[in-house]
Ligand binder design. Structure first.
Ligand code: NAP
Length: 294
């Protein structure tokens, strides 16, 4: 029998802001953790249109919201509304987690922590002589680049299809030490890069449900991935993606996007609750259940 959960005037508020937000997986993951810890918190989805962002954040302060996740389209727009932004979030240029500290909003980005988590634990190694090849140059690619830099990769190659956006992406790191190891490339250069890749990351939506038969790489291209390389897809549905299936057949190690999703949430919950441990397995299982993976 599940214990009845009583929401009272003392219940503390957490949530996620986005537009739309109804498909967010975060409420399932965070409320499962809260229930497991027996804490008097609730995590709610807040659909907030861009024009209402400022007033909504002021309202959150008025009702003592403890913290919230930020998703599309607010990850950049929220930044001028915060009192403090961590250097990590500043480097990426996006905030995905906000907490109330000393009556002020503090923004950070836990996507880097989420992305590097499996590379720091299960697949831990010395990355200082290794080469990362990143497909795509959107928002998630920024966290991946910063994560690869944090891990100490010798070279970080970013491959994109639109030269102007790619160049803007490259230029955006010019004041950062990351630029030293970063190179941008057009998609046509991929065949030359794949044989050098120790880590190949898909940050494009190619292969995401419902277009499950698509892959960012042809079978021929992926055949040149070195044996023992890691193929990492940020997509978590389907499991595995066509890209990961092809890479595994080639002898590569496959990592899907689910653990990144879990670990960015773990990092956020630790900040809001100001505690070092949260029930990671409960959060992972809640997501798997919600996604129909278990
Ligand atoms: P985004 O900002 O829209 O960036 C997508 C990137 O993919 C852009 O560089 C885009 O290129 C490129 N792209 C799209 N379609 C392409 C195609 N057909 N060929 C080549 N490049 C293509 O999106 P995002 O927020 O970075 O998210 C990207 C993916 O990561 C999504 O699938 C998302 O679900 C996933 N993700 C997962 C996690 C996780 O926790 N696991 C976290 C964040 C994101 P252009 O700039 O030329 O359009």
């Amino acid at each position: 029998m599940t214990k009845e959960r009583l929401i009272t005037g003392k219940t503390k508020l957490l949530g996620v802001i986005g537009h739309p937000v109804e498909h967010s997986l975060s409420p399932a993951m965070h409320n499962a953790a809260i229930a497991n810890l027996g804490l008097d918190y609730v995590y709610l989805p807040f659909p907030i249109a861009p024009k209402n962002l400022e007033i909504a954040i002021a309202g959150f302060a008025a009702i003592d919201v403890v913290g919230f996740s930020v998703t599309i389209p607010h990850k950049q727009a929220i930044m001028p509304l915060l009192s403090e932004i961590t250097p990590l979030a500043q480097a990426i240029g996006a905030v995905n987690t906000v907490s109330r500290q000393n009556n002020q909003w503090v923004g950070t980005n836990t996507d880097i922590e989420g992305f590097i988590a499996p590379l720091l634990t299960t697949y831990k190694q010395d990355w200082s002589q290794k080469v990362a090849v990143i497909l795509g140059n959107g928002g998630a690619a920024r966290a991946v680049v910063a994560g690869c830099h944090q891990l100490g990769f010798a070279k970080i190659h970013v491959v994109g299809r639109n030269m102007q956006r790619l160049q803007e992406f490259g230029n955006s790191w010019s004041n950062s030490p990351i630029s030293k190891n970063l190179q941008i490339h057009q998609w046509e250069e991929l065949p030359k890069l794949i044989p050098q890749a120790n880590l190949l990351v898909n940050t494009t939506p190619i292969g995401m449900y419902p277009k499950v038969n698509e892959s960012p790489l042809s079978g021929e291209e992926i055949a040149n991935l070195p044996k023992g390389a890691i193929a990492y897809d940020l997509i978590y549905i389907p499991k595995p993606t066509q890209f990961l299936e092809q890479a595994e057949k080639q002898g590569a190690i496959a990592i899907d996007g689910l653990e990144m999703l879990v670990q960015q949430g773990v990092a956020a919950l630790k900040i809001w609750l100001q505690q070092e441990t949260v029930p990671v397995e409960v959060m992972r299982q809640a997501l798997q259940k919600h996604l129909g993976l278990s």
